[in-house]
Write a protein that binds this ligand. Sequence first.
Ligand SMILES: CC(C)(COP(=O)(O)OP(=O)(O)OC[C@H]1O[C@@H](n2cnc3c(N)ncnc32)[C@H](O)[C@@H]1OP(=O)(O)O)[C@@H](O)C(=O)NCCC(=O)NCCS
Length: 264
Amino acid sequence: MTIELRPARSLSIAERVALFNAAYEDYVIPSRLDESTLQGMIDWFDLDVDASRIALRDGEPVGFGNLGLRRDQAWIGGVGVVTSARRQGIGELLMQALHDEAAARSVKQVWLEVIEQNDAAYRLYEKLGYDLVRWVEVWTLPTESSRPSLEVPVEQAHARIRELRAEHEPWQRSDATLAHYADARGIETDEGAAILRVNRVTGAAQVVQIAGEPRELLQAVRSYGNVVILNLPAGDPVGEAMRELGGAVTVRQREMVLDLSSRG
Ligand SMILES: CC(C)(COP(=O)(O)OP(=O)(O)OC[C@H]1O[C@@H](n2cnc3c(N)ncnc32)[C@H](O)[C@@H]1OP(=O)(O)O)[C@@H](O)C(=O)NCCC(=O)NCCS
């Protein structure tokens, strides 16, 4: 048996989608990608197809690891091994290859999120030296219509958020991600601001960023669709407001980081 790692670019996007779906077939949350969603992830989250890796066992693709790169910061945008090839060290090899690629590009920190129930992945990341940064939560809240529009230009809402926010944004809702969204919309009140996107397929109103007094903002976001907030820090006042309005946590994740700065 031979295991070989190659850049993700050596597979077509259709082959990478098939590999992702095979490796995630028993994932904690049912997850299936199509080509446009994978291409979206590559664009929005700066996944680098040269630095990302696929693993081949005797020439057959059996695993992948996606690396997002933004200056001296990196993010693991999914790692997976097909069930028949697990517990043979391939996940660890893939992660180490991503760390090497990141270090070669002078990356200082590698970030990731791992769902609470995903013990196998959590143990892998612990073994590799990742530390817990904070818990983050995915929130949802059903839509409710006919609220007054609070829309303002995205740049205006974003300037307000930058003044008001207290914590760093997770990778998928960061300023660099926002810069890739052509369809982002801003809303503002006297006490805060938010940026959202309406998902054309699901109709969900995804909150990209939010800061300040949340209640009125969330009521306004609701008028666009079912509200989804990805990776809100646990204990954030926005979560309390979501709960008061009838929202709920659907997923809890650990945000973790690996410090590469000492690797030189
Ligand atoms: C997580 C995943 C990528 C691990 O891949 P893998 O090739 O089986 O992992 P490895 O064989 O390289 O294991 C390396 C280490 O991870 C840990 N680990 C991996 N699977 C584990 C399991 N099922 N239970 C406990 N620890 C596990 C162990 O520490 C292991 O080291 P050890 O063999 O010395 O005990 C794989 O389980 C997977 O694809 N899961 C579905 C997709 C997924 O959850 N991706 C992560 C999203 S955050």
